[in-house]
Design a protein around this ligand. Structure first.
Ligand code: TRP
Length: 333
């Protein structure tokens, strides 16, 4: 039996951080054994809100790929591919534009939130409004049936499946499989400042390439319980970022439970808990940083990995595109 196909991707707008690690990179490592996995360097999608910063989008192709390999993505088992070099994705996107209305695109809750967050007002780039179709093209072109994504991406998978059903209805047979979103149970990692989402643009992220000093500074500045003033005072664990991170990264669950208990009771200082978290994050990131630095010295090898992954992806996505165009009854030469 062929392994099920998994597709995930990242916009190439900056190096990846601990939020990505918890939310998806960690699980991608285990999928390497059980699934046929493709990772998409989504530079075309990144352009939908970065057209004035093409250099950033280009330069981060290598940075994101470095992050993949540094955490342990194995190019022999996972194909890393570059979106802008896969023309079938653009061709399918063009086709799918005819299968949705502008009103449906504007109703997508993820897009609505993002439009608001980016302050586009009435000047929404058409590419941005339509990027869910481009993502539907990504997913269907690979015939991915499993798409592990953050919670905020669930509406995009839903919209993908609407497209799949339209295509299949028009073709009169199951040309494309529906995809299932897998949302990580751990939820999303908050920023070090306690805000809901870790993101580079909010300045509250710890990158996977962080230096020991950066890690220490981030932990030192981490949001705890603002009312926990003296060590003897009882402290709050809920909403306390240090504990949220311990939950995400400390494998010794019993020790964490005990720390929480002591913190709640009073008598446990922030600095003690922070020291533990600092040790854990230093130990997690040190080998990633070292591997990343080593890989960065071999840029040719890295580019070759992307070229091979993209080559394999080109064949697969091209075949799907041809199947869909033919299946829908377009003129064949
Ligand atoms: N939208 C995803 C993100 O911002 C990136 C992405 C592009 C993606 N194409 C994809 C994710 C296909 C899953 C499947 O993180």
């Amino acid at each position: 039996m062929a392994k099920p196909v998994i597709l995930t991707g990242d916009r190439t707008t900056g190096p990846l951080h601990l939020g990505h690690y918890v939310g998806s990179l960690r699980s991608r490592l285990t999928f390497q054994d059980t699934h046929e996995q493709f990772l998409l360097l989504a530079d075309m999608q990144a352009l939908t809100d970065n057209i004035n910063d093409i250099g950033k989008v280009r330069d981060n192709v290598v940075e994101v790929a470095l992050d993949y390999l540094a955490v342990g993505i194995d190019p022999e088992r996972t194909s890393i591919c570059l979106q802008s070099q896969l023309p079938a994705l653009a061709e399918l996107s063009m086709l799918y534009l005819n299968l949705v209305t502008v009103a449906r695109l504007e109703r997508n809750p993820t897009i609505k939130d993002e439009i608001r967050a980016r302050g586009f007002g009435r000047d929404i780039p058409a590419g941005f409004l339509c990027y869910p179709l481009s993502q539907a093209a990504d997913i269907t072109a690979f015939r991915a049936t499993v798409v592990p994504v953050g919670e905020d991406q669930a509406p995009l998978i839903e919209q993908t499946n609407e497209i799949v059903r339209r295509v299949n209805a028009l073709a009169g047979r199951a040309l494309l499989p529906e995809a299932q979103a897998i949302i990580p149970r751990a939820g999303r990692l908050p920023g070090v400042d306690g805000r809901a989402k870790m993101s580079k643009s909010s300045g509250n992220a710890i990158p996977l390439s962080a230096s020991p000093d950066m890690i220490a500074a981030a932990v030192r500045a981490m949001f705890t319980d603002p009312e926990h003033l003296r060590i003897a005072d009882p402290g709050k664990v809920e909403g306390n970022v240090v504990f949220t991170y311990l939950d995400a990264f400390d494998d010794d669950r019993d020790a964490v439970a005990e720390l929480k208990e002591r913190y709640r009771r009073g008598g446990l200082g922030d600095s003690t808990v922070k020291r533990r978290l600092d040790d854990i994050l230093q130990a997690l990131i040190a080998p990633i940083r070292a591997r990343r630095a080593e890989l960065a010295n071999h840029r040719d090898h890295l580019v070759d990995v992307i070229r091979r992954g993209t080559g394999k992806a080109r064949q697969i996505t091209e075949r799907t595109k041809c199947d869909v165009m033919a299946g829908l009854g377009l003129f064949q030469l």
